[in-house]
Design a protein around this ligand. Sequence first.
Ligand code: BGP
Length: 464
Amino acid sequence: QLKPFPKDFFWGGSTSAYQIEGAWNEDGKGPSVIDMGNHVDGVTDFKVTSDHYHMYKEDVALMAEMGFKAYRFSIAWTRIYPQGAGEVNPKGLAFYDSLIDELIKYGIEPIVTMYHFDLPYALEEKGGWSNRATIDAFEQYAKTLYENYGDRVKYWLTINEQNMLILHPGSLGTLDTTLVDPQKTLYQQNHHMLVAQAKAMVLCHEMLPEAKIGPAPNIGVIYPASSKPEDTLAADNYAAIRNWLYLDMAVYGRYNHIAWSYLEEKGYTPVIEDGDMDILAQGNPDFIAFNYYTSQTVGESLNDGNDFSHTGDQHEIVGEPGAYRGSVNPNLQKTEFGWEIDPVGFRSTLRQIYSRYHLPLIVTENGLGAFDKLEEGDVVNDPYRIEFFNKHIEQIQLAITDGVDVFGFCPWSAIDLVSTHQGSSKRYGFIYVDREEFDIKELRRIRKQSFHWYQKLIETNGEV
Ligand code: BGP
């Protein structure tokens, strides 16, 4: 007997500032690492994207029409603090004021990510997350957000996919390619981000006792490539390095022991300053938000030069000699972009996270990137996306039936936007944005077939 979705379940959708807003240098916004970074040749940049900055009212009205109960979006740090710290930009503050008010007008719960890959470039120039001053800048930024929006925003997310920033900085365009010892530096940056996150959680609880805050990593179940015991051990290691390091720290305030032993073995351990572990222990999340696209499969490292491999997700070239070897899962089909599709793995992921942490869960990303086609008469048929979501939502319900406490599903993406490194032709939205890679046209919004399907799903609270 299936348990129903909770009555006040947060059905919604998700986006991030730099991928949807455009207006990259308007109204006092400072440049971020994304604006200044080398973006991938042959695809569009992030200057205009879906121009949500100017079209947000129309977009929110469409989300309301779909019946959204919640909308998960990010605030661009560089709109609030153009230089990352110091002077606040009133026009930046005003934009999110209006967006939040617009959401509330329709009864849509704002769920705010503070930082989604777009570090202020001014901070990057001073060393970015390698510099402990960035921790203070993040805390100051968090304080400003709480002061300005805390009366209306009850759900806060600290850092989007910190684990992907560390494990796949290349494809996210956030790696300083001049680094001599990138891995060691990345784990030092990781430590600073963890401290910054803990400080933001402590401050949130002090300033906004009614609000809730949590981390937002990308989590997916890790399978062993075979039943060979060494493969299972490798999968355990990879799960610790990819998933649990981040959540153990957020929840328990300590380094996962398997991940730590990996860091020691590789010589990647960060410098931990006095007081860091106390702050890490004090920062406690109220819930766990996570993004799930696919599972991963790894086996024992064979140290033969082929441990690195594309696995289920193309940002994830997985494998590390001496630790684990990336592997393709022969049981799974792939999307047009080569990402393995694994709805059952979604249920496993939900169960694993809940069993480890016993905190309420919200899914802040899940979705299918595809080359959607605009047909005659403004029709966009995306049955593959509907099928993808049906299968994943079914698995959430099974997880709920297993006793997992899930309070929301905000898939990627509410509306078409620009992919992290694969341009605007890789679409995820329920709402089509009429533009091409290098021709922005008029950016008309068009309801896809999945828009109507999702509207009905929300109306029936998950029964279709
Ligand atoms: C997640 C990110 C998003 C997003 C999504 C899809 O990793 O949090 O920002 O874009 O993946 O990935 P992509 O755009 O690479 O297809």
